[in-house]
Design a protein around this ligand. Structure first.
Ligand code: DGY
Length: 319
């Protein structure tokens, strides 16, 4: 029997995923779930494959330093801005991600952020928990209604479309910008804007669903926030660096924006400390794909890619 490929798994994974990895690979686990940081390269010594997560930064220098034995990197994520894919490719290292399986989970969190920010859920919850709720009142924590309003979506990939379906079920009118206009079936009645500024101008609610790239970094800056209707609600489940934090915080403080819901942050788990001080922002710790179902499926998808690679088959999720 041929030796099992040696696989470094950088973070703790769901039990069933780790069990399958142990069965099929000479797997090195990280039961303490420590962040490997610069230690990743050392930990990868003698391995054929890496199963990584967004908490590992594989930039050009890290890719260059990987042992020559490493032939594939499977990331337990759909986002891959933590990996310099071009540098990996140049070294002949395949890279795969886990699309599809986390679409519903992430779109659900986007909807949660939209509702929570618009209806001030966190303020209400804190009031009840802290015993500050004195009586029902006609003007208690008034929010913004979703139905009949326009939702602008930047990035109509799988998760953007998942968000569109959910928001449409809440009676919202969907507008979007995407690198390419979708076909009529995928568009499902959503209104395309070739110019992102035109999208912003109609978006009383605005949700980010594009990857983080050189082009999209700091997309939502002061100029683009100014283009949103006054009192808009902004939601981000994609990547923190799509937003210029200082501009968003200023707009939340001034009332230009009614509220924001954020699941992702530039430099997370650190975040701009002012976010903790302002009430009209609902904050989550990057929970987009955090369901039992999605996390199992992400692990199995990454292992499917590794299996296909070592069997010499085509990689469905190659980047
Ligand atoms: C991803 O898959 O990119 C998510 O952000 C991780 O939850």
């Amino acid at each position: 029997m041929p030796a099992k490929p040696a696989l470094l798994i950088t973070r703790r994974l769901p039990q069933a995923v780790e069990a399958r990895a142990r069965r099929d690979y000479a797997a090195r686990h990280n039961p303490a779930d420590t962040l490997l940081g610069a230690g990743l390269v050392e930990a990868a010594a003698g391995t054929d494959a890496l199963l990584v997560t967004p908490s590992e930064r594989l930039d050009q220098a890290a890719i260059a330093a990987l042992p020559a034995s490493v032939r594939i990197i499977a990331t337990f994520s759909v986002g891959h801005d933590h990996i310099d894919v071009a540098a990996a490719r140049a070294r002949g290292i395949a890279v795969t991600n886990t699309p599809d399986v986390l679409t519903d989970a992430t779109a659900e969190v986007a909807m949660l952020l939209l509702l929570a920010a618009a209806r001030r859920a966190h303020e209400g919850e804190a009031m009840v928990r802290e015993g500050r709720w004195k009586s029902w009142a006609t003007d208690l924590l008034l929010g913004r209604q979703l139905s009949g309003r326009r939702l602008g979506i930047l990035g109509m990939g799988r998760i953007g479309r998942g968000m569109a379906r959910r928001a449409a079920a809440f009676g919202m009118e969907i507008h979007y910008h995407n690198r390419q206009r979708l076909g009529a079936a995928a568009e499902a009645g959503a209104i395309f804007h070739a110019d992102p500024m035109a999208l912003l101008a109609v978006s009383s609610f605005f949700s980010l669903h594009c990857p983080s790239t050189q082009e999209t970094r700091h997309f939502l800056d002061a100029r683009r926030i100014a283009a949103l209707p006054d009192g808009a609600v902004v939601v981000n489940t994609a990547r923190g660096d799509l937003i210029e934090d200082a501009a968003l915080i200023a707009a939340l403080r001034s009332g230009k924006l009614f509220a924001a819901g954020l699941d992702v942050f530039a430099g997370e788990p650190a975040l701009e400390p002012e976010y903790r001080q302002i009430e009209n922002v609902f904050l989550l710790p990057h929970l987009g794909s955090a369901t039992v179902e999605a996390r199992d499926a992400m692990g199995f998808s990454a292992l499917d890619s590794l299996d296909a690679f070592f069997a010499g088959a085509t990689l469905a999720n190659a980047l």
